[in-house]
Write a new protein. Structure first.
Length: 91
């Protein structure tokens, strides 16, 4: 488990997805310079929006689920090893 508190995880998500949405929304107004926000969003999400969602599920479960990411595939597992969800996300 990552150990990150739920509040901090949600703030990272708000900053990350807000910056990505802002980057796309600003392109018509200020041109390609609006894409400067995109790296900010990716850094806040630690490079992988799908993994952020998996981490959210992990944080909400309070230890009943664990996230494992190997070879570009993220899974949520119970401590017994049962698979609860899968995301194919490249890092």
């Amino acid at each position: 488990m990552s150990g990150e508190p739920l509040g901090r995880h949600l703030v990272r998500g708000a900053v990350g997805f807000g910056a990505l949405a802002g980057a796309v929304a600003l392109v018509p107004l200020i041109g390609i310079a609006g894409l400067v926000l995109a790296p900010v969003g990716l850094v806040a999400l630690r490079g992988c929006p799908a993994c952020w969602f998996m981490g959210l599920a992990e944080a909400l479960s309070r230890g009943r689920l664990e996230r494992t990411c190997e070879d570009g595939a993220c899974e949520l597992r119970t401590p017994a090893g049962e698979v609860s969800g899968r995301s194919r996300a490249r890092h």
